[in-house]
Design a protein around this ligand. Structure first.
Ligand code: ADP
Ligand code: ASP
Ligand code: MG
Length: 412
């Protein structure tokens, strides 16, 4: 019998009425003859509330093991509720928390990676007539036997990992938009839904801020060739609805630029006047990495008199940690700088498209569009299929809209 994985995000399970609606949707697939594994998120807002309780209880330097124990709980509630509602509908369903499956992960609390999902347990239950396994997303168990979580948005990754492990026919991600758009439809009404998007493009968009799919889920789908579809849990949708994330070869035609992504809460730090000699970068970025700071863009200025400025970007909520790491490295004599300047008011805006591999002029078009709006670019980085700029946060929406227009993304 064919297996299907269906994942429902926070807004899709926000209350009992919506959970009933989800149960109906799952019932349709059961009636079609599928064995279904449903992955659920916590009710929308719940995970934020739980995170807030953790920081209220223990400040910013909490014990990550207990953070995971607390924030994983939201999913447990929705999994149990959905199993109950399915049973009310006469469907043989049962819920599982991550540790019961067990979803085996690394020990990296709050950002663990799934290592293995044994299938024998569910296989046996399906063979006995179970129709639906409801699994709490976002969580697993470490080799030490502690509960772990997979990072924010991690239920997407749970879903794809189950689809890969069980050889599911498809992994359907039900959310509050009806697919992947050329940019976040909340920023511009001109955003256009894509029928298909290549894994590589989706991977870049996700890692550059488009939160419709967690980055790791796209990585897994690409590696294990999972048919991944994003669709709305609020609209009745046909079998070809939503957006299919698929191999590049399966897309007939595409624009040079597929989409525009943004990451609102970025920061920029500059170490003023560091020595320009071999080993300096290692001396700076080593301690930052040990402090678990995710450095993104890096720019080193031209040296003068043997000294230079080093600028890098990082998520705004890691600035305090980065400052501490740099001051400590300075005090220990590992690095020497005159000043440390943090700018917490920047955002990153990126254009992404596999067409960039074969087309020139994308950067020029991007910079012209930004300059026409009077937007100053602070830092630029490029890779084969993306260009990112750091700009003042107050211009972020304007920049996204201008780039969406400049690359003609409104029309196919
Ligand atoms: P869920 O709770 O279902 O996991 P998320 O809030 O994590 O949903 O992701 C869906 C949201 O992603 C949408 O509401 C939308 O605002 C945002 N988003 C950002 N970029 C895009 C994009 N390119 N296409 C579609 N949605 C996007
Ligand atoms: N509930 C978790 C979060 O809000 C995981 C998820 O929804 O994917 O990040
Ligand atoms: Mg999500």
């Amino acid at each position: 019998m064919s297996r299907l994985v269906m994942k429902f995000g926070g807004t899709s399970v926000a209350n009992l009425d919506r959970i009933r609606r989800v149960a109906k949707r799952v019932g349709v697939e059961v009636a079609r003859g599928h064995e279904v594994i449903v992955i659920v998120s916590a009710m929308s807002g719940k995970t934020n509330e739980l995170v807030g309780w953790v920081t209220d209880a223990a400040g910013p330097f909490y014990d990550a093991r207990e953070y995971d124990a607390v924030v994983s709980s939201g999913e447990n509630v929705t999994a149990g509720l959905l199993a109950l509602v399915l049973q009310e509908n006469g469907i043989d369903a049962r819920s599982w928390q991550g540790w019961q499956v067990p979803v085996m992960t690394t020990s990296a609390h709050s950002s663990a990676r799934i290592e293995d999902i044994p299938t024998d347990n569910f296989d046996a239950r399906f063979a006995e007539g179970m129709k639906v396994a409801v699994v709490a997303g976002f969580q697993g168990i470490s080799p030490e036997g502690r509960i772990t979580t997979l990072g924010r948005g991690g239920s997407d990754t749970t879903a794809v990992a189950f689809a890969a492990a069980f050889g599911a026919e498809r992994c359907d991600i039900y959310t509050d938009v009806d697919g992947v758009y050329t940019t976040d439809p909340r920023i511009t009404s001109k955003a256009r839904k894509l029928d298909r998007i290549a894994f590589e493009e989706m991977l870049e968009l996700a890692s550059l801020g488009a939160k419709v799919l967690q980055t790791r889920s796209v990585e897994l789908a690409m590696r294990y060739k999972v048919r991944l579809r994003v669709l709305s849990s609020f609209e009745e949708m046909g079998d070809n609805a939503g957006t299919l994330v698929c191999a590049e070869e399966d897309i007939m035609e595409s624009n040079v630029v597929a989409g525009v992504a943004f990451s609102r809460d970025e920061a920029k730090m500059t170490l003023v006047s560091v020595a320009d000699r071999p080993g300096v970068s290692a001396a700076i970025f080593g301690p930052l990495s040990e402090a678990a700071v995710n450095v993104d863009m890096i720019v080193q200025n031209i040296a003068e008199d043997g000294r230079t400025d080093m600028t890098f970007s990082l998520p705004v909520d890691q600035v305090a940690r980065a400052q501490k790491a740099m001051e400590e490295a300075k005090a220990a004599g590992v690095i020497n700088f005159h000043d440390l300047i943090a700018d917490t008011g920047v955002s990153k805006v990126s254009v992404v498209g596999i067409g960039m591999r074969s087309h020139t002029g994308v950067a020029a078009r991007m910079f012209k569009a930004l300059s026409d709006e009077g937007i100053n670019i602070r830092v630029i980085t490029t890779s084969e299929i993306k260009i990112s700029v750091l700009i003042d946060r107050k211009y972020m929406e304007l920049a996204v809209q201008a780039l969406h227009d400049a690359f003609g993304l409104e029309s196919a």
